[in-house]
Ligand binder design. Structure first.
Ligand code: MCN
Length: 789
């Protein structure tokens, strides 16, 4: 019988029917008897002392059950900890109380919580909480915040600097000493907002008789929420259950442990009734972690032929008002260590300064650190090419790490597992007809300027291994876990430690297990998101779920087959070494008729009437898989744009993405991930920006002001893949969830800047809006006219 392997099959996501039909159950869908509703009162000031809070009127509002302020939480809810203590940086993590007690530090900082029978009464009550503030000077910009005399946020951090992290590798001094050219540039990687479809939410239920707390929460990592909140709330882990039901996207923003979740749990414990808190969209903009926000001064040393010699510079990373859960690791480990890109860069000398400002805390947002690094490296490659008169594709080729050089140790200290950068580039070049675009660019313009941009990227993902996590200060392990339970009828449950929230692992992990066990995919159910049911897991982020959780699932499945093989041998009265396993059948080598199906073996494992001597009954296996290395996906994205000089408008004429995520389990899902990722990346290049005014008010605090691109603003993407398996992964896979975001920002920005070269414009900061481009063209024309004698 021909066997259809599911690994590599473009099957549709099994989670989609319930999502599309509105049948999925999210945190806000949880309804419990006696449920109360919480609304959090938030500071309208970016920086102020709280001189008085009067909650009397709020308490008297009909329907209001309780009002709590920071003072009520003191001693009962601890500060929210930072979980990435990067080493050798003198990291300072000022206390982050769930509700501010005497001082607020950003617009949205919690000052009180009102709990009522329904949400409307809670909101009415919240409006009656009277807070007197004494405004303090505000600073929102990272460079300004480190200047002498800048407003200070925390007494424990006298210069607003939470850390200074230094990176050096090779001899950067010598590299710059011998450089034919030094390319200098200042880059602003603007602040972004994640915009998941579902905002955050929490429902907490406490049983005073047993001391057990159940928290339903929009989390990308329920076990991390449990371990951190267990400490914050003083509830022991074994009596603390965290359930993440359906989660409507996160893009990183639901990794972190927020004040709101601790507040909901506190209220439930205090009041002895379940409490629900649901973030509205305005709050989501104000208080859910933002991403990016780097200011970088950097220089690249090159030889005349474009050979890279060294890179040095400094990034000011704006971390907002408090140090969020993973914040220090993003601009350092995930950004600094990737500054070598996919090139043979011999030397690096770099500093990252983590800065506190009166803005929303900043943490991981899709790509987290790697898009910022790719942007710097790939923009520098184009600037170097332009200065040296070399084609931007050619300068990349000259510096690529070659396919025969893997594993490759970068000057930043990473060991890239595998890659063939030239192959991906070649494929992308065939897909766009690069010479034709260049010819069009040289042709008549008629006010429309063509630009072609490349981004040849590599990313670090599939986070662990755990010893490295420990070495870089991450306060957790980074292995993956899985439990596979085969039932007596041969049906299978896979319990994942990680927590997908839109990525599709219910499908891809079922594909893995179907192949490994030889059972129909419909006989497999994948379960995730409940600490009482699933094994400990470190979460879904850093495109790690398939690399580590998929690794664990594969190892667990192989343990099942191993045991089943022993049982089959016993049932067939043959030596185990003579048993073959194919397509769900165990048979005696050379006698295919002497066989037992996987289902027959599963039944015998549970009946246990006749098992090999000493064998335990049952057919269940667990695995904790700690990978030996990260995985390093890579690829080439090429983008052709047309810029209208009269309006400044940018039209993407063609977009090609060739990505290599090792072996693809489900190319349809991989394409979907790449599409979503590219869209978020090009949104940064062209549209999105979180903007504060000088008083720390978020001007782009709603969907009316923050431009998430519409379908009409996004082109059709052409995607393709090369396949360079990860040599250390049991299935050869690498992550793919972030590739699109990491690659596309630089590709689009490079294309736009290429189009603007005839005007002598060297670089513009993102987002490259029509207004900004139009103004730059006017300025350039003005300068040209002024320069004329
Ligand atoms: N996959 C595959 N073959 C591979 C690699 C992956 O078929 N070689 C499949 C996986 O099995 C999975 C999907 O592609 O179905 C993404 O897998 P992976 O690369 O392991 O990434 P994660 O599941 O760890 O997802 C995290 C990543 C990140 S970090 C962000 S942010 C992000 C993203 O995924 N947020 C998302 N994609 C998102 N997609 C949605 N819809 N919503 C989000 O919030």
């Amino acid at each position: 019988m021909a066997v259809t392997k599911l690994f590599g099959a473009r099957i549709k996501r099994r989670e989609d029917p319930r999502l599309i039909a509105g049948k999925a159950s999210y945190t806000d869908d949880i309804k419990l008897a006696g449920l109360l509703h919480a609304v959090i009162v938030r500071s309208p000031h970016a920086h102020a002392r709280i001189t008085r809070i009067d909650v009397a009127s709020a308490r008297q509002t009909p329907g209001v059950v309780a009002v709590f302020t920071g003072a009520d939480l003191t001693g009962k809810v601890g500060p929210l900890p930072c979980a990435w203590l990067i080493p050798n940086s003198e990291l300072k993590t000022p206390a982050h109380p769930a509700i501010a007690v005497d001082r607020v530090r950003y617009v949205g900082d919690a000052v009180a919580v009102v709990v009522a029978d329904d949400r409307y009464s809670a909101r009415d009550g919240a409006e009656l909480v009277q807070v007197e503030y004494e405004p303090l000077p505000v600073v929102t910009d990272a460079e300004q915040a480190v200047r002498p005399g800048a407003p200070l946020l925390h007494d424990e951090v006298p210069d607003n600097v939470t850390f200074r992290w230094k990176l050096s590798g090779g001899d950067a001094g010598a590299a710059f000493g011998q450089a034919a050219r030094v390319i200098k540039q200042r880059f602003v990687n603007q602040r972004l907002i994640a915009n998941p479809i579902e905002t955050r939410a929490a429902v907490a239920q406490y049983r005073a008789d047993t001391g057990e707390l159940t928290l339903w929460v929009t989390s990308q990592n329920p076990h991390i929420h449990r371990v951190i909140l267990s400490g914050v709330l003083g509830i022991p882990e074994h009596k603390f259950r965290v359930i993440s039901p359906e989660v409507g996207g996160g893009f990183g923003s639901k990794i972190f442990v927020y004040p709101d979740e601790a507040i909901a749990a506190f209220c439930a414990r205090e009041l002895g009734r379940p409490v629900k808190w649901v973030e509205d969209r305005r709050e989501n903009y104000l208080v859910t972690a933002h991403g990016r926000d780097h200011i970088t001064e950097v220089e690249l040393a090159v030889q005349q032929d474009g050979t890279l010699l060294g890179l040095r510079g400094r990034t000011y990373a704006n971390l907002g008002a408090y140090v969020s859960t993973a914040a220090p690791g993003i601009p350092t480990i995930l950004h600094g260590l990737m500054l070598s890109g996919c090139y043979r860069l011999p030397a690096v000398d770099y500093e990252v300064v983590g800065v506190l400002t009166n803005t929303t805390p900043v943490d991981a947002y899709r790509g987290a650190g790697r898009p910022e690094a790719t942007f710097i490296v790939e923009r520098l490659m184009d600037l170097a090419a332009a200065e040296l008169g070399i084609d931007p594709i050619e300068i990349r080729r000259r510096n690529f790490i070659r396919a025969d050089q893997f594993p490759f140790t970068t000057c930043t200290g990473l060991s890239y597992d595998s890659g063939d950068y030239e192959q991906a580039l070649q494929m992308a070049m065939q897909m766009v007809d690069y010479p034709a675009w260049r010819a069009r660019q040289r042709g008549p313009t008629e006010g429309k300027y063509i630009g072609i941009g490349a981004s040849t990227y590599v990313e670090i993902c599939g986070l662990g291994p755990s010893p490295v996590a420990g070495a870089v200060g991450f306060q957790g392990g980074l292995w993956g876990s899985a439990v596979i339970r085969v039932h007596p009828t041969g049906k299978v449950n896979v319990f994942m430690g990680e927590k997908p929230h839109g990525q599709g692992e219910e499908t891809t992990f079922a594909q893995i297990v179907a192949d490994e066990l030889g059972v129909p995919i419909d006989d497999i159910q994948v379960v995730h998101g409940d600490t009482a049911v699933t094994p400990m897991g470190w979460g879904t982020y850093g495109s790690r779920t398939t690399a580590v959780g998929g690794g664990a699932t594969t190892v667990a499945a192989r343990k099942i087959v191993d045991k089943a093989q022993k049982i089959a041998a016993h049932m067939l009265e043959a030596a185990e070494r003579d048993i073959r396993f194919e397509s769900g059948r165990f048979f005696v080598d050379g006698a295919p008729g002497r066989a037992k199906t996987f289902q027959e073996v599963a039944l015998q494992a549970y009946l246990a009437w006749s098992l090999p001597t000493g064998m335990e009954p049952g057919l269940e296996a667990s695995a904790f898989y700690d990978p030996p290395n990260f995985t390093y996906p890579f690829g080439t994205h090429l983008c052709a744009v047309e810029v209208d000089a009269e309006t400044g408008g940018v039209e993407i004429k063609q977009y090609v993405a060739v990505d290599d995520c090792g072996k693809a389990i489900n190319p349809l899902i991989v394409d979907g991930q790449v599409h979503g990722g590219i869209t978020q990346g090009l949104a940064q290049a062209l549209y999105e920006a979180a903007v504060y005014d000088e008083q720390g008010q978020l001007l782009s605090g709603s969907m009316m002001d923050y431009v998430v691109p519409k379908a009409s603003q996004v082109p059709l993407y052409a995607t393709a893949r090369t396949e360079t398996p990860s040599p250390h992964h049991p299935l050869g896979v690498k992550g793919v969830g972030e590739t699109g975001t990491i690659a596309s920002t630089a590709a689009v920005a490079n294309a736009v800047m290429d189009a603007l070269r005839p005007f002598g414009i060297r670089h513009l900061d993102m987002p490259l809006t029509a207004g900004r481009i139009w103004q730059a063209i006017q300025d350039a024309r003005q300068t040209k006219r002024g320069a004329k004698p």
